[in-house]
Design a binder for this molecule. Sequence first.
Ligand SMILES: C[S@@+](CC[C@H](N)C(=O)[O-])C[C@H]1O[C@@H](n2cnc3c(N)ncnc32)[C@H](O)[C@@H]1O
Length: 258
Amino acid sequence: MNIRTIERAYRRYAPGYDLYFGRFLQPGRRATVQCMSCHPGERILEVGVGTGLSLPLYPPETTVYGIDICPEMLARGSARVFREHLEQSAGLCRMNAERMGFADDTFDKVVAMYVVSVAPNPGRMVDEMRRVCKPHGELYFVNHFLHPHPAMAFIERMAAPLSRFLGFHPTLSLQGLVAEASLEVTEKTPVNAFGYWTLLRARNNKQTFRRAAVRTGCSSVARGTAELRAQGATAVAAAQDGSEFSLNPKIVSADDPA
Ligand SMILES: C[S@@+](CC[C@H](N)C(=O)[O-])C[C@H]1O[C@@H](n2cnc3c(N)ncnc32)[C@H](O)[C@@H]1O
């Protein structure tokens, strides 16, 4: 799967996403935000924020920055920000989580909910999450991983050829991700129905894995707070197409941030 395949898949999912994956996966989102125990003034980044189903769960004193590659998902997230009066605490931006436009050490906590098995290069995405997170910050993931039971794993492997259509890899293994991304996991909790999904909390061990900053464009924007605009200055400065963060509640374009 590449970034275009993801965009296409989620363009298709967007209209029914909240209906199919809203309530059903909300316990995992809730458990994740609880586990994050966000403090007032903290700056949180949520990658692959989608339609923003998690946004109302964060305490209002935190600032949440949500990025996603799919404009149709972001448009729904944007509507939610308005509907739930979250304008002062949440800002959304179209950006590739594998090549973020944020400066190093920008966020206190970085979270990916149901995204690592969707992203084309999960290892690269985790590298980027680590880079933009402060050295003593934390990374959080909630996701389904390849089932440890052989019979279930067999069924999931059978579904693997459909991953382009499904828009996620049903066979991403937890051990594989932890090893590939050198995650220092401090907590692992089963969540959602039958504990089929896993919540991971990891220390940001970035000193060991500091990478060169990758600054690419944040080319279209759904919504932003004044603070988001300031934080996005780096991204804006580097934006390849010259577009910038907007406080206007609309997606300004759908060009290629990849
Ligand atoms: C299964 S949805 C999860 C959405 C949301 N986090 C939730 O809890 O419902 C996965 C989302 O990740 C986004 N995504 C996948 N790869 C991405 C990437 N490399 N950069 C940004 N967003 C990405 C997709 O567009 C999609 O909206």
